[in-house]
Design a protein around this ligand. Structure first.
Ligand SMILES: Cc1cc2nc3c(=O)[nH]c(=O)nc-3n(C[C@H](O)[C@H](O)[C@H](O)COP(=O)(O)OP(=O)(O)OC[C@H]3O[C@@H](n4cnc5c(N)ncnc54)[C@H](O)[C@@H]3O)c2cc1C
Length: 414
């Protein structure tokens, strides 16, 4: 039978409507990528996609299962053209991406694997950005060129064992002694710390002021203890560490001079939240497309499970949420470019996308039945990634309170 190209009333219909969509090269149901990204921006996306699909995906499950960071796979990212390490940071070898390109990088990474995506996000958005935006030229010259080619990997130490959501209440101290600072305290969950060449520690000085202190090669510094957190069920291939700092001496010149208050860290975190909003969208796309392809192959009761209405219900919900997330992300990039970002705008996207990614993860996992909990099908790993995405860069509750504060004018938390 010939495929119809017109409906009964003469309206043209897309061929996809009768054949099912091809998601082997991604999912763009509302033509968001096609209509709103330029060829230059798509080139960045395609390069990251190629890297993730061909270099990372075939090997990542083994690393995940062993809870080992795939350093050799990660380092391959530095050779990719166009160069994307450094995100929106410009100069000194950093990529200097526009906001949409930076978002596409986070999206493409998360679509395939959250651990590599997080390691890259921490290095770029939390490691390089504070040095670029809050450091002086000497500091930028010292660290950024080597970070831009992954010679030095970045880490960001804000969270403490007893201060997670209440991150403004930093307990780690920095005492000035001559031309040095002495750091004491503890940090928890610090990504990349075990092999970081540059670790930024956020601490409070004797005047109560917050400062960012850069520790080079912290593993070799006296008084620094770094222990990777064991037994994680999510993002197992990225290393998160507990750090203790006992009378750690750092030169005063390592303090980032443009940090005046927590609001300056907040600007970095806001950019991080945007990255996580993109990440959650990419993660959801990866889950949805895996579930769709599976449903079109898997047979039960003599039919493809995609033919069952209850399975279509799940697939439609996933497809709709992914599409909405994509549109929100593209609008975020546009608002960033127009200088219209506010904390609430960034938090709303993180709130929505991380929450919906978790829902998509549950639906995708269900669609695969038992195969949804084994690594081979690339859904189980992304399913667990969604849990970490939901919590870091501010939990869903904290994002709610940030948006709530902005739209009501009342802060329910500080
Ligand atoms: C995989 C992973 C990677 C991470 N990487 C880093 C990193 O590289 N650097 C870094 O500094 N940190 C990192 N973090 C830390 C992360 O930012 C914190 O986990 C997060 O901010 C939440 O803090 P918490 O885990 O201590 O939870 P808590 O703050 O103890 O929260 C527990 C629960 O209470 C809720 N809650 C707290 N306060 C309120 C309130 N006022 N109203 C309502 N509910 C509230 C929370 O939403 C949550 O549900 C990472 C975390 C994870 C899981």
């Amino acid at each position: 039978m010939e495929t119809p190209t017109k409906t009964d009333n003469g309206m043209p219909i897309a061929e996809d409507m009768v054949r099912g969509i091809d998601v082997s090269n991604g999912f763009d149901f509302y033509h968001v990528f096609e209509n709103f990204a330029t060829p230059k921006q798509l080139k960045v996306r395609d390069a990251v996609r190629d890297y993730m699909e061909n270099e990372v995906k075939p090997h990542i499950n083994d690393y995940w299962e062993r809870a080992e960071f795939p350093m050799e796979l990660f380092l391959k990212a530095r050779d990719i053209e166009p160069h994307f390490i450094g995100g929106i940071v410009r100069g000194r070898g950093a990529a200097g991406l526009d906001p949409l390109e930076a978002g596409l990088v986070a999206y493409e990474m998360a679509r395939v694997d959250g651990s590599i995506g997080t390691a890259h996000g921490v290095h770029t958005a939390l490691g390089m950005t504070p040095i670029a935006f809050l450091g002086n030229d000497e500091q930028r010259d010292r660290w950024l060129p080597r970070m831009a080619n992954l010679e030095l990997i970045g880490a960001f130490g804000l969270t403490e064992p007893a201060r997670g959501s209440a991150a403004t209440d930093i307990q780690t101290t920095a005492r000035k002694v001559g031309s040095e600072y002495v750091l004491n305290g503890a940090k928890r969950w610090i990504g990349n710390a075990a092999f970081a060449g540059v670790l930024i520690i956020w601490a409070r000085d004797e005047n109560g002021d917050i400062g960012g202190f850069v520790i080079e090669h912290p593993q070799e510094v006296e008084g620094v203890t770094i222990e990777n957190i064991q037994g994680k069920i999510a993002k197992r291939a990225v290393m998160n560490a507990d750090i203790t700092l006992q009378d750690v001496v750092v030169p005063a010149a390592t303090r980032l001079p443009k940090v005046r208050s927590f609001q300056d860290i907040g600007k970095v975190l806001l950019l991080g939240r945007i990255g996580v909003a993109w990440e959650a969208a990419g993660l959801a796309e990866g889950l949805f497309t895996a579930a769709l392809e599976y449903a079109r192959e898997r047979e039960q009761f003599g039919k493809r499970i995609a033919e069952f209405q209850l399975i279509q219900d799940k697939l439609v919900e996933m497809a709709t949420e992914v599409t909405l997330m994509q549109m929100m992300c593209f609008q975020l990039a546009s608002m960033t470019a127009f200088g219209q970002l506010t904390p609430g705008v960034a938090s709303m996207a993180k709130y929505n996308n991380a929450r919906k990614a978790r829902r998509v993860a549950a639906l995708a996992r269900e669609t695969l039945g038992g195969n949804g909990i084994v690594l081979d099908y690339h859904v189980a790993r992304l399913f667990t990634d969604a849990e970490a995405t939901y919590t870091y860069e501010g939990t869903n509750e904290i994002q709610t309170l940030i948006v709530g504060r902005e739209i009501t004018g009342y802060s329910a938390f500080v």
